[in-house]
Design a protein around this ligand. Structure first.
Ligand code: TRP
Length: 457
């Protein structure tokens, strides 16, 4: 076993870590995916189940990942390897690190394409290209745009350059600077849009839609399945992103408090996004259960009609772009940190090279929306965008849940008690016991059930 280099870099404070981890968690998942999933899965009931999953499975695994990173002080592969050695466990656990790194790169390959759409829509909105258009033309423009590989490729390239650029500059000059500037901007943009939704849109209809549970839908297995899957995705857990961020934590940082803040912030942003989007949807007589097109088709329709639409629309897409950017950085950082330890090419070279690899993989997604689009069925659902959907299914339905189960089992059954207690910094012994039950039983069993039901549903 090669001896991994110890990671020397540290966040300059606990707050910077919290900003960075929140930046990773808050992304397309919160602002694009959460509202449309809530819309499709019965609003209030989905929100309740999602909140329960976040608390029971999400928070314990998030704490565990941060802890493994801080104790292992290395890229996910090497951090896990070090803990394996200290606890005399099987090398097979290394799988956690490898699969995580790969999942991150795969997710980023399509995440960057969607983020590229967001950039294009920022430009389309600010230049007034969509202003005053009727709904069918807004939708038509979206379809024409995503199926034009040349245009999408330009934006995908631009977004990957932005992501690799930050990674190339390293922790202090890249990541820290980026999140210190981006996260407060995000908060301001959000509050601005929320005040618009409260004062100018149909706020009470939005609130009802999100928080009035329709309990008839509670029995559908799909609600639980999608809620747990989304809990992983939205918190950026199960693939080492939080491990590598944890490995830059100064010693003696209480992990529980930091993780709790990240979870609360991420959840609030998702709920806020819903409270911005649905009032606008209802005020304009649009369809809430539109699905993935909600942001790019329904919302621009609303922006096209409303007074001040160019201003609010631009604000919205800039917000989405910033959120996607700070998440994208965390998707590649596990692989960058590993390659750095392994090949010693320097941070800049490593970031640009890996960015290039992911960019190339992203071309598959770009093409999935145009010339290479093909239909296929999986779990009884017909998908239209072949390779893109396959990557999404492979990562979200297979790799993240498996990674989550393994991380929980590793911490719950393999790591020694003293190691964990000292690290988590839990204020009460009872919290430690709750955490232990969560990672030993609740999370692995719960997630396994989700995976199995989704295979046979
Ligand atoms: N959490 C981000 C979002 O909601 C996406 C993301 C960033 C992610 N890093 C991750 C998802 C790691 C899974 C694993 O958009």
């Amino acid at each position: 076993m090669s001896v991994p280099e110890k990671i020397q870099a540290r966040w300059s404070s606990r707050w910077v870590f919290i900003l960075a981890a929140t930046g990773s968690a808050v992304g397309l998942g919160n602002i694009w995916k959460f509202p449309y999933m809530a819309g499709k899965n019965g609003g209030g009931v989905f929100v309740l189940v999602y909140l329960a999953c976040i608390a029971l499975v999400g928070l314990p695994i998030l704490m565990t990942e941060i802890m493994i990173g801080r104790k292992g002080r290395g890229s996910p592969v090497n951090a896990v390897r070090k803990l394996i050695r200290e606890s005399g466990a099987s090398r097979a656990w290394e799988f956690i690190g490898w699969s995580g790194m790969l999942a991150g790169a795969l997710i980023l390959s399509y995440y960057s394409v969607i983020a590229g759409w967001t950039m294009a829509y920022t430009v389309k909105t600010v230049t007034g290209q969509l202003a005053g258009l009727p709904p069918d033309q807004v939708s038509g423009q979206f379809e024409a745009f995503v199926s034009d590989p040349k245009q999408v490729l330009v934006w995908h390239t631009a977004f990957m350059l932005m992501t690799s650029g930050v990674l190339a500059r390293g922790l202090e000059h890249g990541l820290e600077k980026a999140v210190k500037f981006l996260m407060p901007s995000l908060l301001l943009l959000m509050l601005g849009l929320l005040s618009y939704a409260i004062t100018n849109a149909d706020f009470s209809a939005g609130v009802n839609f999100l928080f009035a549970p329709d309990f008839e839908k509670a029995i559908e297995p799909g609600v639980l399945v999608s809620a747990i899957g989304h809990a992983f995705f939205t918190l950026s857990i199960a693939m080492g992103a939080m491990m590598i961020y944890g490995s830059y934590l100064p010693d003696q940082t209480p992990i529980f408090g930091a993780a709790a803040i990240v979870v609360v912030a991420d959840t609030l942003v998702a709920l806020c996004a819903g409270l911005i989007i649905f009032p606008i949807v209802f005020a304009n007589g649009l369809e809430p259960a539109e699905g993935p097109g909600l942001i790019f088709q329904t919302l621009p329709t609303a922006f096209a009609q409303m007074p001040g639409g160019i201003f609010w629309g631009t604000l919205f897409f800039v917000l989405l772009l910033l959120a996607a950017w700070t998440s994208a950085i965390s998707l590649l950082e596990p692989a960058v940190s590993w390659a750095l330890e392994r090949f010693h090419l320097g941070r800049s070279m490593t970031s640009w090279l890996l960015g290039g690899v992911v960019w190339l993989a992203g071309v598959l997604t770009v093409m999935s929306f145009s010339d290479w689009a093909f239909e296929f069925s999986f779990l009884g659902i017909t998908k239209e965008n072949g390779i893109f959907d396959m990557i999404d299914i492979l990562t979200s339905i297979i790799m993240l849940p498996v990674g989550g189960i393994l991380i929980a089992l590793f911490a719950g059954w393999v790591l020694k008690r003293e190691m964990i207690e000292e690290l988590l910094g839990l204020p009460h012994d009872s919290l430690y016991r709750i955490w232990r039950v969560a990672v030993r039983y609740v999370a692995p069993v719960g997630v396994a059930i989700v995976m199995i039901t989704s295979l046979f549903a």
